[in-house]
Design a protein around this ligand. Sequence first.
Ligand code: PGA
Length: 264
Amino acid sequence: MKPKKSVITRRPIVVGNWKMHRTASDTRDLLQDIGTRVSRIANMDLVACPPFTSLPAASDALGRHGILALGAQNMHQNKEGAFTGEISGSMLREFGVRYVILGHSERRQLFNETDALVAAKAITAVDYHLRPIVCVGESLTQRQEKQTEAVIESQVRASLAGFPADQIEELVVAYEPIWAIGTGKVATPHQANTVHHQIRVLLTQQFGSKGADVRVIYGGSVKPDNATALMSEPDIDGALVGGASLDAKAFFDIIESARTLRAS
Ligand code: PGA
């Protein structure tokens, strides 16, 4: 099967979200292990997002493994100021951070982050040349009540309100159904692709034809044994991996699934 043009534009990307796991010294060990495994990988983007306190150690370790980029799990929407406990874009840039996860469902649910806040953060992120990975996804109740499409539409529109169209190639959108995160319950490839396709249509409506080339990645219990099926879907451009990204071999196997598919 011939790849569509947009598939070539959409370079595969696999992101590891370490959440609140690994101290700085553990970070060095894990990145060393991942870095060795991925050293021959090319033509895709690989990102590790350790906790803030591990970023300096990660930055040192990654200097030796060029293919892996560094990401953060959150940032503040203001450039500086009296915001106790917060981290700014320039602080992230100082350690070579290139990506930032924004609006993860855990931030939305546990820390009351709203779509408007996520939108403000995404705009600040690109000001700092950080690539935002904006997360959206429905809860189990919303899916059961057949609200998925409406929830996704309103999250995508509002979380990207005011996002500069001339920076659209910097954006990555992650579809993470909340009921699949950390539960072992993965969306079927068809369920995931249906939502990815909807997101691509919404991005095109909001940003014009370049919106179709935004990478849309799936997250929620991605494991080596389900990654190939998910990533063979036409609108899935990679994965946002939580638990399995803390295991170097599992993370590498997921990366291989994404790489092999796009190479064929
Ligand atoms: P999981 O987490 O892979 O452990 O389900 C994904 C995420 O929350 O980004």
